[in-house]
Design a binder for this molecule. Sequence first.
Ligand code: ADP
Length: 626
Amino acid sequence: MTTETLGFQTEAKKLLHLMINSLYSNREIFLRELISNASDAIDKLRFQALDNPELLDGNGDLKISIDFDSDAKTLSITDNGIGMTRDEVIENLGTIAKSGTEEFFQQLSGDQQKDASLIGQFGVGFYSSFMVADEVVVQTRKAGTSEGTRWVSTGEDEYSVSDIETERGTRVTLKLKEDAQEFCERFSLQSIVRRYSDHIAVPVDMPSADTEEEKDKRETVNSAKALWTRSRSEISDDEYKEFYKYVSHDFEDPLAWSHNRVEGRLDYTSLLFIPKRAPFDMFNLDAPRGLKLYVQRVFIMDEAETFLPLYLRWVKGIVDSSDLPLNVSREMLQDSEAVRTIRSALERRVLDRLEKIAGDDEDEYSAFWDEFGTVLKEGTVSDNQNRDVVVQLLRFTTTQDVSNPETGRAQQRTSLKQYLDRASSEQNHIYYVLGDNERAARNSPHLEALQSQGIEVLILGDPIDAWMMSHLVEFEGKKFQDITRGELDLPESSQEDDKKDETDESEEPLLKRIEEVLKDKVEGVSKSKRLIDSPACLVLAEHDLGLHMRRIMESAGQSVPAAKPTLEVNLDHTLVKHMNKEDDDARFGDFAQLLFEQAAFSDGSFPIDAGMHVKRVNRLLAELLP
Ligand code: ADP
């Protein structure tokens, strides 16, 4: 097979186009991407050569070389790593094989700045070379094979592949655009390469002089020492940030990191990063996750997911252990006692780091919460051991708009501790209301009495919230209470008149009469102490399955019958008072049904026959007309 010309996959074409147009101001990152690919290729070869030393072909001097020619306006990045076969070239450089690619394209807005940051999270990789090059040539030969492949493209619709003879590994040659000539000048190139490659454990060399005669003299431009093996005090923030971009392929700086060496029963080093932004595919469980695993500085695998619990799947970084064998497999990792120990230590480190951010800088933590709050909530469900720590990290919106006493600014979020600090000492519960979204929860009629008494309620509108609350029992000795369920236990002092709670004998017949009408729909009808402005609301028993939990279970394929609610009626409401005087049974029936329907509407959890509702309302309205 010689030359064939192939079209880029549609997604690849789109990405190429977007990248060239949105990332213009940041184009030097192409070099980071290419160096990072070269370093990965060397890591892979080194790893495979552990079992298969002949792959090295007698050349185990693994390195990356940068060459440039300012006359021809070319730049090349060469590695003697694993290389690619012809099929792999077509697969890797002609398509995007990332799960969630389609969703990613749907998220793009056309706004260049927003899209640029999304592309950054998506990972730009090899294609970023077209930001600076009119043409890119890849020459590669896979270790252990004899045929080489040449790939050429101008980054438009097509590329061609042909057979060639070449060294093991990969050379990427860029024919630089007119306005990208700085990438073939030694000084500027050297400083960029240094910035992007200093922390890489592989040596990167380049010519040490410009002149033709001296071009053979080369120097290694990076320290070629894996960053995490150095001591913390020797590493600058910028170096950490660069390293983060290298491991994560992110564009932005990380929010924070935690670098630790542990010696003793187990020996390992970890360097964990908390990104600023959630990856676009965080809720796609097939998306890659996990840390880069090294054993005694030898790269073993990407996406070692056993080292972190699922709810921390967005944490990036590396772990380097001395207690695992070099030939460790994914299966072995899952069964390893050492890995389990390391995992719980790493989890603690991330949580500690988050606690520190929360303690030091509320705004920063709030920004973190906006991105990762939902996924962190999973930790309250899945993590029995650290639940107490995770709970402290939760933030809520509440019925109270409070401002931060220090900054005077409105505080959007409240921790449970802040909530309790504000609550009266007689309050024995942490009250919350669930809704399909924040707005729906805020409009719940169940809130009325609590609000009129100044009792703060947590507003929960995230789909995961019901699931989370089913795992939270109490915080600092105060029980959580869903205000739409069971007996509402309010603080003593706020119940001015206890007698008001008891149903007075004269009220019984009205409640019975309503119950008679609604007996198919409700468990019972009772006098409410939750309501002020609304005539009625629906209440579930303490242990009934609510709508939100029911949905979660239904989406998991279990069918669950809806529980029958109790209708609570506000006997002080004009409408209800009027009903008490209604002699016409048909009219009374309409009113009773309306009470139920209104309550069901504002709750959103119970089915309503909309057609019947409209008829009823019209019937009553018609009677009002002169
Ligand atoms: P990513 O590195 O995020 O996977 P890229 O677009 O940069 O995405 O690269 C796609 C794939 O091409 C890589 O995953 C790798 O398999 C292959 N590849 C890229 N550069 C090299 C290289 N220098 N040597 C070997 N394989 C490479």
